[in-house]
Design a protein around this ligand. Structure first.
Ligand code: SF4
Length: 360
């Protein structure tokens, strides 16, 4: 990043693009690439001010909060190079089998206490097929839904048949987390045990089952700005309802342990560019927030974020929920949602057409 410099021509182009998005139009890939290429701090702050206006236009002052429970930890058969839970790497992260009902109930109670919309069951394995494990997963989803305390979400890896997605829907699953992770071009640098196409196929099954899609990626793995831009456009194309942006927290023992962290302004600019490309989606800042953004965390909303992963992540710590809630209060943002769900969000704020998640 270079020194602060005011450039009226650049600011005028940002304003034209921002106004276009606010009026309901889309920006082109070329325009988006130009935004991703902004270097100057003054230009990035100007971009953020427009991303903030777009967030306010489509999301008001609502902020969606999600939490996760590690439902099966470690010893994963996949070799995702950023992940502490892969059996390929010695990271010292915990390993245990699929969880009992009690921790899920506790997570639901904690979510309700903190005004958190959703609890996601996350499992470290390649994916789910039909059999006794699917029965157990469906049981946990049913129990979570029956509490009435939080929206039951899950992130259970690759799904290889429509029947599995349909079973999850029948059990009451409302939203499934399955990141594209990065651009199609950069994906082979992150994993070789499954493909980008496997991930797209899973998303197709879920959408056919009528399950909302939470899909985003990780930035800061060594990808280019063009990769980040293409990820955002791919997420627009698949009709993701919620878009989590994770910022790499390099884990000792993984192949990415020495990757240079992204500068704070580069992270904030990326969030703002995503808001320009995905104006109506929930853009959720997830893993790596505290460690990468430090004192600049609250600026994610100015950059266009509208959702937050709260509580601890799968293998790393987050700041306490109380601090996040205080941050939202200080900024005049409202974390409350009625009905724990997408039924109101889809129409009132998310803007995703119901048919985008209906059976094809
Ligand atoms: S599939 Fe998920 S849990 Fe397994 S290594 Fe990849 S990111 Fe980690």
């Amino acid at each position: 990043m270079t020194a602060v410099r005011f450039d009226a021509t650049t600011h005028a182009r940002i304003a034209r693009l921002g106004q276009r998005v606010i009026e309901g139009e889309s920006i082109s890939r070329d325009d988006a690439l130009w935004l991703f290429g902004l270097e100057n701090a003054s230009d990035i702050f100007d971009l953020m001010s427009w991303a903030n206006r777009i967030r306010e236009r489509f999301k008001g002052n609502k902020v969606h909060l999600c939490s996760i429970v590690n439902a099966k930890a470690g010893n994963c058969s996949e070799n995702c190079r950023f992940c502490a839970q892969s059996a390929y790497y010695q990271t010292g992260s915990p390993r245990y089998g699929f969880i009992d009902p009690e921790p899920v109930q506790e997570a639901a109670e904690e979510a309700q206490r903190n005004g958190v919309t959703a609890v996601g069951l996350v499992a470290a394995w390649k994916g789910l097929s039909e059999g006794p494990m699917l029965d157990e997963v469906c049981e946990r989803i049913r129990e979570l839904k029956a509490t009435g305390k939080a929206r039951p979400d899950a992130s259970l890896g690759i799904i290889k048949s429509q029947a599995v997605a349909d079973r999850l829907k029948e059990a009451g699953l409302e939203c499934y987390g399955h990141n594209l992770e990065t651009s199609r071009r950069f994906f082979p640098n992150t994993c070789s045990t499954h493909t980008y196409e496997d991930r797209l196929e899973t998303i197709r099954y879920l959408k056919n089952a009528g399950i909302n899609i939470c899909s985003g990626g990780i930035i800061g793995m060594g990808e280019t700005r063009e990769d980040r831009c293409d990820l955002a456009f791919a997420l627009r194309e698949i009709g993701a309802n919620v878009v989590p942006i994770n910022i790499l927290n390099p884990i000792k023992g993984t192949p990415f342990e020495n990757v240079e962290p992204l500068p704070v302004l580069e992270i904030l600019k990326t969030i703002a560019c995503f808001r320009f490309i995905l104006p109506k989606q929930e853009i959720m800042i997830a893993g790596g927030r505290t460690v990468n953004l430090r004192d600049a965390q609250s600026m994610i909303f100015m950059a266009g974020a509208s959702a937050l992963m709260v509580g601890n992540y799968l293998t790393t710590l987050n700041q306490p929920v109380e601090r996040d809630l205080q941050m939202l209060k200080d900024l005049g943002l409202d974390p409350s949602w009625d009905n724990h769900g997408f039924s109101d969000q889809r129409e009132a704020a998310c803007g995703c057409a119901p048919e985008s998640v209906a059976r094809a």
